[in-house]
Design a protein around this ligand. Sequence first.
Ligand code: SAM
Ligand code: SF4
Length: 326
Amino acid sequence: MNTLMDSYGRLFPYLRLSLTEACNFRCTYCLPDGYRPDGHPVFLTRAEIGRLLRAFAALGMDKIRLTGGEPSLRRDLSAIIATTAATDGIRTIALTTNGYQLRKRVEQWREAGLTALNISVDSLDRGRFQRITGHDRCDDIRQGIETALTLGFDSIKLNAVLLRGLNDDGLEQWLDYLRDRDLSVRFIELMRTGDNREYFQHRHLDAEMLERQIQQAGWRPRARAANAGPAREYGHPDFKGRIGIIAPYARDFCKDCNRLRVTARGDLRLCLFGDFSIPLRPLLRTDADHEALVGRIAAQLGLKAAGHGLHQGHTGITPHLASVGG
Ligand code: SAM
Ligand code: SF4
């Protein structure tokens, strides 16, 4: 039984674990000046990650997303995936990546036990992709996606952050792309973080207009799966692919929240935009602290708030999503 329940009756079968704060991209909405380390951080080791996963799995967590920063910058990523796959109770192992290593490494990750893949692709257009991410990697990443499609993943999703004036007229190109590909593209509304206040004012775009456009083009809402994320998903009989809309400013966005986060430094974060974190690392040093770790995680859930305060401009202690594991 899942014992990860908060005081609002929400269950938390889903953990997002950041493997590193470092990133090699300079996405204009996240790390526009590139990654600058805050001190000399030492990120969780594979042994610490193994202990953390065993504790969450003992509490009923069955789905994990490995994220960052850019998780593929970890040389031991395949080994971490294998450790995760060897943890009793974990059924879904997903990775969120900017795709930089995808073409070279995706087969290795799949063999290690990865079951689901999210790749950030803010535009299918080479020039726009470069303008947004600072890297001319669009074609290479698109090739990596073609390889991934042959490997039998349970799910492949592409994340595109909606950005006014930068990628907001790309729907036609996406529809062409989705016609024959069994994957989902999720359009994500830009979120305001501690560092991107002005950028947000300039570039934020309401996802509703796009949602109306796809509805007018004959796309229809799909039934929500249990454990589904926050996306509203659409399908169309003429297309193999699907479209998801993630609108964090929509009413009730937090109502079905089913996720917890642990940062690359081992801090439990109850909300992406929360005000505090709970250090777990002191209990990750030896296997002997397993029970204490399980107890600390379960006890903290009572402190999870009903929802974020983004509407009031409150971004909590999150300077940018690379710092927490977006
Ligand atoms: N580096 C990996 C990547 O880009 O996929 C993983 C970490 S990144 C922080 C995770 C996701 O968060 C990406 O899809 C990215 O586009 C999204 N993201 C980052 N900052 C965001 C923001 N301010 N608003 C909405 N999405 C954001
Ligand atoms: Fe790096 Fe991902 Fe942030 Fe882009 S969104 S800068 S790839 S962490």
